[in-house]
Design a protein around this ligand. Structure first.
Ligand SMILES: [Fe+2]
Length: 487
């Protein structure tokens, strides 16, 4: 209820006639508290605002910036977005230092957003959106919402989508600076939203283009070291992938594109009889490849991978028995409805032997957004953090789990019924710190208070609860992924 309506009803109580009709005339559906995660953010963004420390104390030495990205505009007039993944991207920035946390947020300034805000309606086709035939589409970047993740590269903050170019953003003001291309002859080349960083700072990423996949190898200063192509045999749906110290590992799920017209999700067909195919590529020679075969699974996110001395590869991922968030994904939630019938995933360790089929060990941790210590992408490790838990009648996760693969046990912190929990990132306490000597930092929406919070855990003691919680005076929409930029 907004202020003007409250005042109107109050004045109505002063007259008997108005009392009888006012509630019926002005009745409107009450949106559930969790809907704040799927509501429009202010068009002008969020100016810098200090968050309040409401639990624990600021961890000494935790200094840096948490950036997150996600869709944050879902409604023009009475029209709702038809897929969660097609909302305009907004980058959230939480600067932490000297015991304080300061939030700001700004939409990625894209041609799509400019055109739709000017028209006051949805125009561009998308992952799950048909689009207006009058909207001109000359390239993928004409429909690019820049809404999945962020990365730092050569001092630039990049807002990432997966079927188009990254957007360059000012890391302090969040002003959009334009499209990023890593080499002049690669303008407009897609860049997946899940790049992987080597311990030496080099970054690998993929460019999806049907069965032909581009492979970026980017220097720590943001310049291109090399770009190559591989053939994965079919146009598999590809949102994430993984790598070891010596190999790139592309997981080809049997969700395959058979037509390339909007809404693009409708062109993907689930073919479980084909199983999951794993393409293993030598980082030093992209022509050296081998394939492995595993049972059919769908996925959005891997954790990470490593290679044993005998060549055996181990990787973990949030595997689903079949695709989720396909046609109409998130459309109900955007309207404030939740059916609660989503398919459950399992955090799974897949072992790829040097020869023979892939073996899988499933945990009982259902959820998504697996994360590992960023210093250990490609290296052996034992911890994987993941959003898990659920609240009846409410979308999203409600708990944070940390699986220890060395013991097979997990630590869990249940946030409770009042929360929707987002991705948590490992942040090492120092350059030589062990995996267990990291903080886990992430966000959660307090659905009762309608406020977004930043929670910090000790990665080795997650079940003890957060060591610090900062709370904003408002909630911003749910995001997908983020990155931590240490000071
Ligand atoms: Fe993702």
């Amino acid at each position: 209820m907004n202020l003007s309506r409250r005042l109107f009803l109050h004045s109505g109580l002063m007259t008997g006639a108005a009392l009888a009709v006012a509630p019926k005339m002005f009745a409107e559906p009450t949106l559930p508290g969790w809907h704040v995660g799927y509501a429009n953010a202010p068009a002008a963004g969020y100016p810098q605002a200090e968050m309040k420390l409401v639990r624990g104390k600021a961890p000494a030495g935790l200094t840096g910036t948490l950036y997150r990205n996600g869709p944050a505009h879902f409604k023009h007039g009475d029209a709702y977005a038809t897929h969660w993944f097609d909302g305009d991207g907004m980058v959230q920035r939480i600067a932490i230092g000297e015991g304080k946390a300061v939030h700001s947020g700004r939409f990625v300034d894209t041609p799509k957003r400019r055109a739709e805000m000017a028209a006051g309606k949805f125009l561009a086709p998308g992952f799950g959106t048909v689009g207006d035939p009058s909207y001109p589409v000359m390239s993928a970047d004409d429909v690019n919402p820049g809404n999945i993740s962020v990365m730092m590269s050569g001092g630039e903050l990049l807002a990432l989508w997966e079927a188009g170019s990254p957007y360059r953003m000012d890391p302090v003001t969040l002003e959009t600076k334009g499209l990023k291309s890593f080499r002049n002859d690669l303008k407009g080349m897609p860049f997946l939203a899940h790049p992987k960083r080597e311990p030496d700072g080099r970054v690998w990423s993929l460019a999806m283009n049907g069965r032909r996949v581009g492979i970026y190898n980017i220097n720590p200063d943001g310049s291109m070291k090399a770009f190559g192509m591989v053939d994965i045999g079919a146009a598999h749906y590809m949102h994430d992938w993984t790598m070891t110290e010596r190999k790139l590992v592309i997981l080809c799920q049997p969700w395959i594109q058979t037509k390339n017209i909007p809404p693009f999700i409708d062109g993907f067909v689930w073919k479980p009889e084909e199983g999951m195919k794993y393409l293993i590529i030598d980082k030093d020679d992209l022509s050296k490849t081998r394939w492995a075969q595993g049972p059919a699974r769908s996925f959005y996110h891997t954790g990470a991978a490593w290679e044993e001395s005998d060549g055996t590869i181990r990787l973990d991922a949030a595997f689903y028995p079949q695709p989720i968030l396909g046609t109409g994904g998130g459309a109900d939630e955007i309207r404030g409805k939740y059916s609660g019938d989503s398919v459950s995933s399992k955090l799974t360790m897949a072992t790829i032997p040097v020869s023979g089929d892939v073996n899988m060990v499933e945990t009982n941790i259902a959820g998504d957004f697996p994360q590992v210590d960023p210093r250990r992408h490609g290296l052996s490790r034992k911890l994987t953090a993941m959003v898990t838990g659920s609240v009846e009648g409410q979308p999203g996760g409600s708990a944070l789990a940390v699986q220890d693969w060395s013991s097979g046990k997990a630590q869990v912190h249940d946030f409770g019924h009042d929360y929707m929990v987002e991705e948590f990132l490992f942040t090492p306490k120092g350059s030589g710190a062990a995996e267990t000597d990291c903080w886990l930092i992430g966000t959660a929406i307090n659905t009762t208070l309608q406020r977004t919070e930043v929670h910090v855990f000790d990665a080795g003691h997650v079940s003890d609860g957060p060591v610090a919680v900062w709370q904003a005076e408002y909630a911003w929409p749910l995001g997908f992924h983020g990155t931590w930029a240490g000071a």
